[in-house]
Write a protein that binds this ligand. Structure first.
Ligand code: MN
Length: 491
């Protein structure tokens, strides 16, 4: 690595550290992308007055930090050139190839999907977001971009700030989490939390500070004892860490526990990162020999991984000072997977994701069925293109909410997907402004409006003209309850 710019060296070193060393040719391309982006953004400033280029550099750096390869770092550096500097796409294509252009165009397109707050159909919007991206790599560059935007959010106009923060929590952190990128998901949530829910944030902060001092001393004592005992037993784990629960995740838990702080024992957890699975179990044994475990709280996610592939041993121990502390024990591979998910390098080597189980709620877990061995992160993610959305269509309500439906759905399915009341009182439909029959199929990307009438009632004929389980169920229930009316109609 002779004669490369120091900033480019930072990117290259991150790639190496994360196990994705770039080739000489790739290093030259990263440098070219760096110079092109710097030139393109040279007259632009961020809201806080710093050069705009700092933002795109951060996005490229984040891609490397997430465990992505040189292609994504280049796409990160160039992600705002089409939208913000009007760079000719041909230049990107010629210098960096179709693939990088396709990624930059994808990120530009995704930038236009807007969350308007209080969405009733957040899940649809998440899927829509992924379908617009067409390629999971685009989602990841977008996460890298968004994370840096959040870090400078205090300089953004107040109304816009709130929208960005909510969108980040509802859409971006959720997508990161489903990709198994727990660390990134947590970073996004904790950076967005104060802007999204300022009052709740203050409340959580106050609670945390009031509990802090006593607990910290107790946990430090446990930490020191565990460290000492492992030394005595000649076990040298890769790391013993204190992990502090993110403020947003603590907030969610506090809400679940009705703000009873006493019910939460994992604000600070101790984490031991081991050299092998065998060592994990030995460490667990040593800890249990010293501290009594809380019954029912020992979880062996190594033998039985969570549906998203998460592996670790969890135990909660009585400290003897009236406190309970959670301990997590895992190997380096498991640790990387928990933090960086599908982007973690080890996954590609081990094809560990084959162990992931299909989970109907966790729609992105379908990615677990893809072949991962011998692929670079970029190749893997490319294959991940959103094939599993091929049978879905996305339709807008007149208000701009996105509804996702299976292919072949009709106006009846749409009406019930929006709201059961709309289905029950639907009297007509308009697709892209044109009146259509209720049995008409909805088109992908259409704006569909259902016309309702208080006197209108579902017709039993509709059963033949709808395909979603939800619409079928509503109509059948209705017919059962109000059968008389329908029998008369049907004669
Ligand atoms: Mn950007």
């Amino acid at each position: 690595m002779k004669d490369i710019l120091p900033s480019v060296e930072i990117l290259v070193n991150k790639l190496i550290e994360k196990g994705n060393p770039p080739t000489e040719a790739e290093i030259k391309k990263i440098e070219a992308a760096y110079l092109l982006a710097r030139e393109q953004h040279k007259d632009q400033k961020r809201d806080n007055g710093e050069p705009y280029f700092n933002h795109v550099f951060a996005a490229g750096y984040n891609c490397a930090r997430f465990g992505m390869d040189a292609t994504l770092v280049i796409a990160g550096l160039l992600h705002d050139t089409l939208e913000d500097t009007g760079l000719d796409p041909e230049i990107i294509k010629r210098q960096f190839g179709d693939d990088v252009l396709h990624l930059v165009e994808g990120v530009t397109k995704l930038g236009k999907v807007k969350y308007r707050g209080n969405e009733r159909h957040v899940e649809s919007l998440r899927k829509f977001f992924v379908s617009v991206a067409e390629d999971m790599r685009v989602v990841i560059v977008k996460l890298a971009d968004r994370l840096h935007n959040l870090q400078t959010l205090q300089f953004v106009r107040e109304d816009k700030r709130k929208r960005i923060a909510l969108e980040s929590i509802e859409i971006y952190s959720q997508l990161a989490s489903r990709l198994g990128m727990g660390k990134i998901s947590g970073e996004i949530q904790d950076t967005a939390f104060p802007f999204a829910f300022p009052e709740d944030y203050e409340k959580v902060k106050t609670i945390l500070e009031s509990k802090k001092t006593d607990r910290e001393a107790i946990i430090q004592k446990v930490f020191d004892t565990i460290t000492e005992h492992l030394e005595i037993m000649e076990i040298k784990p890769l790391a013993i860490q204190m992990r502090i629960k993110g403020t947003y995740s603590l907030f969610k838990k506090l809400v679940r526990k009705e703000w009873n702080m006493e019910a939460i024992n994992d604000i600070v957890a101790i984490r031991v990162v081991c050299n092998s699975v065998d060592e994990c179990y030995r460490v667990l044994g040593i800890i249990h020999a010293e501290y009594k475990p809380v019954p029912g709280r020992i979880k062996d996610y190594i033998a039985l991984p969570k549906p998203n592939g998460y592996q670790s041993l969890h135990t909660s121990i009585f400290t003897g000072d009236g406190e309970i502390v959670e301990v997590q024990i895992r190997t380096k591979e498991m640790h990387d997977f928990a933090e960086y998910g599908i982007a973690s390098h080890h996954l590609y080597k081990k094809a560990q994701s084959k162990r992931l189980q299909k989970d109907s709620f966790n729609w992105l877990s379908e990615l677990s069925e893809l072949e991962t061995s011998g692929k670079t992160p970029s190749e893997f993610l490319k294959q991940l293109r959103t094939d599993f959305f091929e049978d879905r269509i996305f339709v807008y309500t007149p208000k701009g909410d996105v509804i996702d439906l299976p292919k072949g759905s009709s106006m009846i399915d749409f009406a019930f997907a929006v709201h059961s009341d709309i289905g029950f009182h639907a009297s007509g439909a308009r697709q892209n402004g044109k009146y259509v029959a209720m049995k008409t199929k909805v088109e992908n990307g259409a704006v569909v409006e259902i016309i309702t009438d208080k006197k209108a009632r579902p017709s039993s004929k509709w059963l033949a003209d709808c395909s979603t389980g939800m619409a079928q169920k509503f109509i059948k229930n209705y017919i059962q309850k109000h059968g008389g009316i329908f029998e008369k109609w049907m004669v």
